[in-house]
Design a protein around this ligand. Structure first.
Ligand code: SF4
Length: 333
């Protein structure tokens, strides 16, 4: 199944029933009025961190060279109809669990997001969502996102280097100061998750230590680090392919745990070890305590911080066999 499923899902099910499944199906961008309201009651609610999941918007107007999300959801943003979103939220259980808005970018259209935040305020929810750093240009929006119950915003900071951001086609990040953004979110009681991607051609071996120090110094609550994964169809994949630097077409290896291309200034093994080092430093007990006491938090915020820090420790442990040693650094010779 390639792309969005709504237009072809019924056909896939019907073909499966007739034992006539095709080798692949291609979806098309779905119009917002056809975004389905999923039946979340099929999930056992105590088996998951949360089953309160909803999409507010699909698509993102930016065009980052490594982004796989815009490959299937496009660059034109499409907001779910407000009345459908409201119906969906009204169906949620009242377990008090934190909700996750699985958007590509929460503020694809600041105007539309404002309207939705005003409505969300009525629900007394606690939630988190991915968002782009342009929200810094709209302080009123940070405030209304907080008033609508946002506990965590996830930002793709991706790099601290202007040169790297430029080559990622992520100039919009250069114009926004990460420290100011983090501080503003904290001022409104929003925790910040910040992700970084290592292994870009402009990255040297210093990138790991510099980024970890920045995460600590700038008080990022949940820093996460990944090796660059050039997903098929993205501009960076095509560039590396034309340069003969893609090491495998086994898509199961495109899992954020394997170095699937030949980095320029380090070996694949060094890249994976660097990712592990960054996680290890940021999720050491000392670093977690540092974050815990970095500023006053309410009970829910403390529990969330401890839970996510424990998840960070889990990711570290899970990724250790992949990132330490050479297991998943494919041969680049
Ligand atoms: S801002 Fe995020 S979602 Fe949008 S194109 Fe860049 S990486 Fe993708």
């Amino acid at each position: 199944m390639l792309g969005e499923a709504e237009h072809v899902w019924e056909r896939i099910l019907s073909d499966a029933e007739k034992d006539e499944l095709q080798s692949s199906y291609k979806g098309a961008l779905t119009e917002p009025e056809y975004f389905p309201i999923p039946d979340l009651s099929i999930y056992k609610k105590y088996s998951f961190f949360t089953t309160k999941l909803a999409e507010i918007v699909r698509g993102c107007p930016h065009n980052c060279r490594f982004c796989g999300a815009t490959m299937y959801s496009g660059r034109k943003y499409r907001y779910k109809k407000l009345e459908n979103l409201v119906k969906e939220i009204e169906n949620w259980d009242n377990s008090g669990k934190i909700a996750h808005f699985t958007n590509t970018n929460l503020i694809a259209s600041p105007k539309k997001t404002r309207e939705i935040m005003n409505r969300l305020r009525d629900f007394n929810l606690k939630w988190w969502s991915p968002c782009s750093v342009d929200i810094l240009d709209h302080e009123d929006l940070i405030k209304s996102v907080a008033e609508a119950g946002c506990m965590v915003l996830q930002f793709g900071f991706d790099s601290l280097s202007k040169e790297t951001l430029k080559s990622m086609n992520k100039q919009f990040n250069i114009r926004r100061d990460y420290r100011t953004l983090i501080k503003k979110c904290h001022d409104y009681g929003i925790e910040v998750s910040g992700s970084f991607i290592f292994g870009w051609d402009t990255d040297t071996k210093d990138v790991f230590k510099d980024t970890v120090e920045f995460s600590k110094d700038a008080d990022i609550d949940f820093p996460v680090y990944f090796p660059l994964t050039p997903f098929p169809g993205t501009d960076i994949y095509n560039t590396y392919l034309s340069q003969g630097r893609i090491l495998t077409n086994d898509w199961s290896k495109y899992n954020w745990n394997t170095c699937v291309y030949r980095p320029k200034n380090m070996s694949g093994e060094e890249l994976l070890n660097g990712c592990y080092y960054a996680f290890e430093e940021s999720y050491s007990t000392r670093s977690i305590f540092h974050r815990l006491f970095s500023r006053p938090r309410g009970f829910k915020e403390i529990m969330l911080l401890l839970f996510i820090s424990a998840s960070g420790k889990f990711v570290k442990r899970f990724s250790k066999p992949y990132w330490l040693g050479t297991k998943n650094a494919l041969s680049s010779s």
